[in-house]
Ligand binder design. Sequence first.
Ligand SMILES: Cc1cc2nc3c(=O)[nH]c(=O)nc-3n(C[C@H](O)[C@H](O)[C@H](O)COP(=O)(O)OP(=O)(O)OC[C@H]3O[C@@H](n4cnc5c(N)ncnc54)[C@H](O)[C@@H]3O)c2cc1C
Length: 381
Amino acid sequence: MKQRILVVGGGSGGTIVANRLAGHLSSEIRSGDVEVVVINETSYQLYKPLTLYMAFGQNEESEAKRPVRDLLNKDVCFIQDRGVNLDLDSKELELASGKSLSYDYLVLATGSKLAPNRVPGLKEGGHHFYGPKGSNELREELAEFEAGHLVVSVVGVPHMCPVAPMEFSFIADNWFRERDLRDDVKITYTFPGEEMIGKENIVDWATPLLEERDINLKSGFEVTEVDPDEKVLKSSEDEEMEYDLLVSIPPHRGDDLVTRADLGEGEWVETDQHSLEAERAEDVYAIGDATDLPTSMAGSVAHYESGVVAARLASQIRGEVPTARYDGKTICFIDGVDGNKATFLSFNYGEEPDIPPESKLIHWAKHSYNKAYWLTAKGLL
Ligand SMILES: Cc1cc2nc3c(=O)[nH]c(=O)nc-3n(C[C@H](O)[C@H](O)[C@H](O)COP(=O)(O)OP(=O)(O)OC[C@H]3O[C@@H](n4cnc5c(N)ncnc54)[C@H](O)[C@@H]3O)c2cc1C
């Protein structure tokens, strides 16, 4: 009987895992023994890293979107629909259209979503660069902002790309310098924890660079409320901070599908850190931002995890023991230093990254990667 591998989510992780499966299992798919199906709620995939640059007019929304169907191997089936309920006993996924699909193996690649409503006043009082709509609106604000207090505030943790607020602060600093406005713009970067990021040597590297650029760092500032009329941020310690332009990193949430199926303590899938199997369900894997793993919410994580899950599923389909393991591999660029320099980090579980000196070459490597990303999604890189 034909075995179906169902992938929910056609973002970075979902398309890469499906394309890798099509490579591993091409003969089984062509002989009709295996089917790989991707479900995505939109017809297109959004390449989220470009929304940082969209806010500064350096990339356009059209560059950040591609039809999911065009990214998938022709042997992979694509259905545009939304998964709404999972029956883990009968192995069935109910779709928003009313249809349902059974599966033999399920891969959850549902990513994370923004939840600004969790903090009163945040949606009305702040802007963000974490999605195309937010970035386009922020672009208009930045184009008109000539003086005042710009606050870049990490409101929700965990959030996608832990270094993105730092990159935004560097790029914003350069943006105002190029326009001869920097003396009139005060920049503050706030974060809720003691450190701006979980990796100590990134903190040691970034702190003097941010201070040199006159970017004020405010640690332990957990935003609990925003007053959009008075333009004031309020913290859990009853501190207040006035702003003229607020750029927040809103709280993130997992997909309702995960919560309804009780796949984790909260809204993230409880996942084995090496096998990537869901802890609370049989024949279910989770990758990317949807998991509760101690990794970054990063496309590179979704990418490396996809390779592991595809290899394990191919082994299982063939009746072999799955041996592929994820070691926490993460790579990450930090861009915007001195305007057009970047550095590059690579690490895994428990390993601190080495930080090479920032350079123009690495900056151009990041931008080249952004252009080549669609080849990665297609499984060609
Ligand atoms: C501003 C910004 C900058 C970033 N920069 C970097 C960077 O430089 N490097 C890096 O590695 N990462 C970066 N990231 C993070 C990276 O984009 C994410 O970690 C990555 O997209 C996660 O991949 P994913 O497949 O888990 O989720 P996503 O790519 O978000 O895909 C999830 C997909 O699932 C779909 N979906 C969700 N629920 C359902 C459902 N119930 N039914 C059907 N479809 C569903 C969604 O519509 C979406 O298409 C950045 C993110 C942002 C916002």
